[in-house]
Design a binder for this molecule. Sequence first.
Ligand SMILES: [Zn+2]
Length: 332
Amino acid sequence: MNMLYCDNCKEDREIVIKKNMLRMFKGVEVNVEEQIAFCIECGNELVDKELEKDNLSKIYKKYRDVCDLISGQEIVEFRQKHGLSQRELTCILDLGKMTINRYENGSLPSKSNSQLLRHVFNNEEVFLAQSKKAYEAGRIKEKTYKKIEANSHGITKYNLMKQVIDSMIIEKPSEYNGFKSFDYDKTECLIGYLSKRVNLTITSVNKYLWYIDFAYFKKYTKSLTGIVYIKEKYGPVVKERMYDSLVVSNRYVETHEEEDGDFRRKSILNLTEIDSACFNEKELEIINLVIDSFKDLRVKDISDLSHKEKAWMETELKEKISYSYAFDLIRF
Ligand SMILES: [Zn+2]
């Protein structure tokens, strides 16, 4: 039987639990049902620690949801993603000593602190900049900062990769992806391989990918990467302009911007050798065929060539280009 000491009766009493609707909390409408203990004899309200804890956590949760405040769990997840201690995160964000510890243990953050945390957690670059500031101000050690820096690049790459995959994966196998589900790993290798063999830029990478996919489709009625291409003014390009994300998330290359007369050229340079098991013989044959055919051409020449393709001429601007046009390719 559940007993509690009653101040009124001056002895332990059986309790009865009643429900109460709490409408407002900290000036916000919460409408949470609380459970409150009463003495069964005199009706005096009694404090049951367990019930109070449950009530409070229900109220906090509702208040958090209504005000869209960050939860302790979100903070824990962010810390774990970056391998940081509570103290390190506190120092980086320049908060009061035990702030992160308290939030993780269920205390309610102020609205402004909650907004700060959300902003930093949702923007890797902001977090990195904040960490740099903390390091320069001597709030965190160099070792901690280096760890954050390395991790942050990894997370940025991972996020971009996810972005590309998400945009491609919603396409069911059809004439627009060459009857193949998008293969991120193969695409990554292909860009890595191209960067080693040709002068690759953000502009030319689209053309190489497109010609390789279409030449491969012409021979095997399947694309190589599963990429969907769109007709843009300047040529066929990866759907939703995902080429930037494809390149920046790529582990085999790095980009380098340089002035080239009036405009900036974004070169894609090889970083590391790709795994040779990435392509089978049939794939390599087509890839090399396209590379050998284009390697002495300027990007402009390749572009002009692509503008003469039926695939290009018969597709409307901003529309997906059907792989069925592969059979009309001029050069392959
Ligand atoms: Zn009583």
